[in-house]
Design a protein around this ligand. Structure first.
Ligand code: ATP
Ligand code: MG
Length: 363
């Protein structure tokens, strides 16, 4: 949980200080006044980078040398202080005022789950978006997964170089290709096992979450579509000639996908805008629940512009079913239909031109 948040030179914020509500924060402000940026800052504090594939430098306010995010948090029921400085020369993180040697020792001290409008591409976009989501979230649950993944990527890169070289140079060492294939197969198996286990859990969880928000939609079904699911070594060897012709490894975890379905029907051509938004929202809330169940910690949930395209019933259901132990931030341009309903305990955080206009606590 975030108890205090302080931003310095972070995008359009020059100096900003907020004591958020422990439960629900409704962040209200007009377009371009800094709502998304505020959520991005909390995400960056936790993950040391933007939720968008944006370069670190873009987080620094135009004309400034560095950006800084400091927060007082609660981690495993103990107060903590986290700080991240992003300079043009690199970034530095501190936990309880001690600089961390490796960022991987720091990530995980604050769990966050973010819904951003770009995340609709998880359903609408291509498989690389879905793989990125998988890798990020599994990494949050099982940090060793990320090092396994980077080892896999390293081997893949070398193997692809050898395959390309093999196209032009007939003398190329076939033994080397054999060794790399064997290593890649071993590393791929670990990744595919972790992904498969995660998707089984997530599929179960999303079917618990979804009916709370959209009971009238068909049940969401999530399945893993690996490009190779077993006998990696045999499969990679079988494809070797094909891979040499293509000059690249044509199957493996880097070509996997996830399928989203409404019962038996694929979501993509069939679901409405609001339904897709609901699915992605349910997916993110399911991740938050998994983090809670597996790590026994409540992640901070950041929901950017989640209400647009959701009808009043879905908006109401979302607010009603947020886990009461979870700290949530929801941005919107206005309170709109929320004014008419009884909200749980919350604060309204008003943002105006990159400054805090005021905070109203309700309970
Ligand atoms: N590095 C930066 N330095 C200064 N200003 C920046 C920087 N990066 C982004 N901005 C400005 O911040 C503003 C965007 O803020 P943000 O995306 O947080 O708005 P928002 O309140 O979420 O708006 P919307 O309702 O349209 O989503 C833009 O006007 C952009 O030009
Ligand atoms: Mg925004």
């Amino acid at each position: 949980m975030i108890r205090q948040l302080e931003l310095t030179h972070f995008r359009r914020y020059d100096r900003f200080f907020l004591e958020p509500h422990p439960r629900l924060n409704l962040v209200i402000g007009a377009n371009a006044h800094g709502k998304t940026t505020l959520l991005e800052a909390m995400y960056a504090l936790a993950m040391t980078r933007s939720h968008k594939p944006a370069p670190d430098e873009s987080l620094i306010k135009d004309g400034s040398e560095y950006a800084k995010i400091v927060a007082l948090t609660t981690f495993d029921d103990r107060p903590a202080r986290m700080s991240l400085v992003i300079a043009k020369t690199g970034k530095r993180a501190e936990y309880n005022r001690v600089e961390v040697a490796r960022l991987s020792d720091y990530v995980g001290r604050l769990n966050v789950v973010m819904f951003a409008p770009e995340d609709l591409d998880l359903v609408k976009g291509g498989p690389s978006e879905r793989r990125r989501f998988l890798d990020m979230e599994i990494g949050q649950l099982t940090p060793s997964y990320l090092s396994a993944l980077s080892q896999y990527r390293k081997t893949l890169k070398t193997r692809n170089e050898v395959l390309k070289g093999r196209q032009s140079d007939k003398k190329y060492d076939d033994d080397l290709l054999g060794v790399l294939t064997e290593r890649l197969a071993r590393q791929a198996a670990r990744i595919v096992d972790e992904r498969a286990a995660f998707i089984v859990e997530l599929d179960r969880m999303i079917r618990e979450v979804q009916p709370l928000i959209s009971p009238t939609d068909p049940p969401i079904h999530l399945t893993y579509a690996p490009s190779i699911s077993q006998n990696f070594q045999a499969e990679l060897t079988r494809r070797q000639h094909h891979d040499i012709r293509q000059g690249t490894t044509t199957a493996g975890p880097h070509r996997d996908d996830i399928h989203f379905q409404f019962a038996e029907t694929p979501l993509k051509p069939f679901a409405s805008q609001g339904q897709i938004r609901t699915v992605v929202l349910a997916l993110k809330l399911a991740v938050a629940e998994l983090i809670h169940r597996q790590l026994k910690r409540y992640p901070v949930v950041l929901l950017d512009d989640v209400f647009s395209e959701l009808d009043d019933t879905r908006q109401k259901n979302l607010l009603k079913h947020l886990n009461p132990r979870t700290q949530v931030f929801i941005t919107a341009t206005s309170l709109g239909a929320l004014q008419a309903i009884t909200l749980p305990q919350h604060a309204i955080v008003r943002i105006h031109e990159g400054t805090l206009e005021g905070v109203e606590h309700h309970g």
